[in-house]
Design a protein around this ligand. Structure first.
Ligand code: NAP
Length: 275
């Protein structure tokens, strides 16, 4: 039996049903790595205390989720350039005795361009202005997309994100009128639960050819993607990103990469509705 020696975990609040413990504990066992990964709900007023505890216990690696992705930055010894550009961190790891922050959502988002034959967008529209949108905007600049638009229901928030990321803000009511050839949903609209079967984008906005990219991964086929496919657009669900950002975390912590296809199958099986 492999006895865990190294401690990993997820901090956020509230945590709900995160897939990270499943993915990372599977990765440890698949790669025969002596680690164990836990979920640690940490309310915002206890974040600084938690970071001190991580240092004291020499916790080897941590995933960070809502609402700590931005608040954790000043508590770290160093932040990688892409994460600093996004202004958000989703991974903590050690470089010697320095506790560092990285944002693997950025590379995770770009992963499908690496292994599928997707064209690079010329006019990309980001829907939503939260933490995931910041990672996506950073990624779109990384691949030199010439025209980047952002739209969301809170105009003031959208304006401020647009300014920070050199994007053009678009009123929510006009989001389908920009002739985008890539529309990216970073809102929870379409996700299983109260938002299921709601699309963040009017179907008549899918003009010409393009790519609809949904960060939602449960369900895999959202109304947004269904309507895009019906209009002849290519579609990309959020599961590849979820797998890629998780495996990038595991690689930062261990130097190892579990097989992505097996990781995807594991998460698909976990997400499948129980009969
Ligand atoms: P967040 O920081 O809470 O941002 C959510 C954004 O969606 C905000 O701009 C919010 O607007 C907007 N929004 C929420 N409800 C809405 C509604 N009913 N109508 C219109 N807009 C609405 O969350 P996040 O971290 O960015 O995550 C967003 C989504 O991306 C989640 O579904 C998450 O699961 C998914 N995600 C997926 C991956 C992946 O690997 N596939 C990675 C990261 C995130 P307000 O600002 O007005 O509230």
């Amino acid at each position: 039996m492999l006895v865990p020696e190294k401690l990993y975990g997820l901090i956020g609040y509230p945590l709900g049903h995160s897939l990270s413990p499943i993915l990372h504990n599977w990765s440890c066992s698949r790669m025969a790595w002596p680690g164990a990964y836990f979920a640690w709900p940490v309310p915002p007023d206890r974040l600084a205390e938690m970071i001190r505890a991580l240092r004291l216990l020499s916790v080897h690696g941590v995933s960070v989720t809502i609402p700590h992705k931005e608040a954790v930055l000043p508590l770290l010894d160093s932040v990688r350039p892409l994460a600093a550009s996004a202004g958000a961190v989703n991974t903590l790891y050690w470089e010697g005795s320095r506790l560092c922050g990285e944002n693997t959502d950025i590379l995770g988002f770009l992963a499908p361009w690496g292994h599928k034959n997707l064209s690079l967008p010329r006019r990309a529209l980001v829907l939503g202005a939260g933490g995931a949108a910041r990672a996506v905007l950073t990624a779109l600049h990384e691949i030199n997309v010439p025209h980047i638009y952002i739209s969301g229901r809170d105009g003031r928030k959208v304006e401020s994100v647009a300014r920070a990321f050199q994007a053009v803000s678009v009123p929510w009511a006009e989001r389908h009128l920009r002739g985008a050839d890539c529309v990216i949903n970073t809102t929870p609209l379409g996700m299983a639960g109260i938002h299921q079967d709601v699309s963040p984008f009017p179907a008549e906005g899918f003009m010409g050819v393009g790519l609809a990219y949904d960060l939602v991964y449960h369900p895999l086929e959202t109304r947004f993607l269904r309507e895009a496919a019906a209009a002849g657009w290519r579609t990309q669900d959020g599961l590849d990103m979820l797998v890629a950002q998780g495996l990038a975390q595991f690689h930062l912590w261990t130097g190892l990469t579990p097989p992505p296809d097996e990781a995807r199958a594991l998460l698909l099986e976990t997400l499948r509705p129980q009969a």
